[in-house]
Design a protein around this ligand. Structure first.
Ligand code: BT5
Length: 259
């Protein structure tokens, strides 16, 4: 069923703005946040013309094929760094509730289904000087994108073909928001969220390559993560590196996201 403003409004008991087409839901949500939107408010779009990932990368989804939203969260400022974890865990729980068996998180922000990226998460914080106004939690979940003959054919996947079932995006949205709400209430003490995230990481103990923002590449074993979400990488010289950002490739056949 298509998403329409009426359907969306009547399914959600919170402020929501639905658009058939926007540049980026995160941009609109950031503006709304600065305008005083309440916690839990949602911006949802059927299509984005300038959907973005990290570092200005493009997020691609034809109209009507994905769930694309930004949720306004007002976390304690010390929890800002946990928003990616929160989004990833909520998405994993959503997919698990649909019966998906092979669901995991590729550090730091990809949710994978059957070893391919099904969802990307982009939290962006808004500050007034030193004061945190809030965070917009941007989420793009592939529902029925046909990646055949695209550059993402080997790395991306959509829910409907993977689960071989028809899915109403509104049902996904309702369940996802309830998971986000629940985890948001736990943000004062984040050990449970951290444990739920760490348990689903796919590459701990494996040999990986990590490319950093400056394009330098490090190889080693993804030994652990610390409770801020940083990756602890043991390089071949025996040193332990703490990486707070980057793109990870597992094994030899996998590609980092940074294209
Ligand atoms: C992300 O970035 O994965 C975060 C994506 C967040 C998108 C949501 S949609 C709603 C909200 N509004 C926005 O404007 N953004 C958020 P990153 O880890 O940098 O991954 C980006 C890379 O993923 C691209 O360079 C492609 O390689 C790949 N990619 C692009 N579209 C994809 C898709 N639909 N499925 C899987 N991979 C994709």
């Amino acid at each position: 069923m298509p998403l329409t403003a009426d359907r969306v409004q009547s399914a959600l008991d919170r402020p929501v703005r639905f658009y058939e087409q926007v540049a980026s839901t995160n941009d609109l949500a950031l503006a709304w946040l600065r305008d005083g939107a309440s916690a839990g408010a949602v911006v949802l779009a059927d299509e984005q013309t300038l959907g973005r990932g990290r570092l200005g990368r493009a997020w691609l989804a034809p109209p009507g094929t994905a769930l694309m939203l930004s949720v306004i969260v007002r976390p304690p400022s010390e929890a800002v760094g946990s928003m990616t974890m929160l989004g990833a865990v909520a998405i994993c729980e959503l997919l698990e509730s649909l019966g998906a068996a092979d669901v995991g998180i590729k550090w730091p922000n990809d949710v994978r289904l059957n070893g391919r990226k099904v969802c990307g998460i982009l939290p962006e914080a808004a500050w007034d000087g030193q004061r945190l106004l809030g965070v917009v939690l941007g989420i793009g979940l592939n529902v029925r994108i046909d990646f055949a003959n695209t550059p993402l054919a080997d790395s991306a996947i959509s829910l409907e073909p993977a689960l071989d079932t028809r899915i109403d995006r509104l049902d996904l949205l309702v369940t996802l928001l309830s998971r986000i709400d629940l985890w948001t209430q736990t943000l004062q003490a984040r050990h449970e969220l951290f444990a739920a995230w760490k348990r689903r990481l796919t590459m701990l103990g494996q040999r990986v390559s990590v490319s950093s923002v400056d394009d330098s590449m490090q190889q080693g074993v993804a030994e652990d993560v610390d409770n801020t979400g940083a990756l602890l990488l043991r390089t071949d010289d025996g040193r332990l590196h703490r990486l707070v950002a980057g793109d990870i490739a597992l094994g030899k056949q996998d590609q980092p996201d940074g294209d």
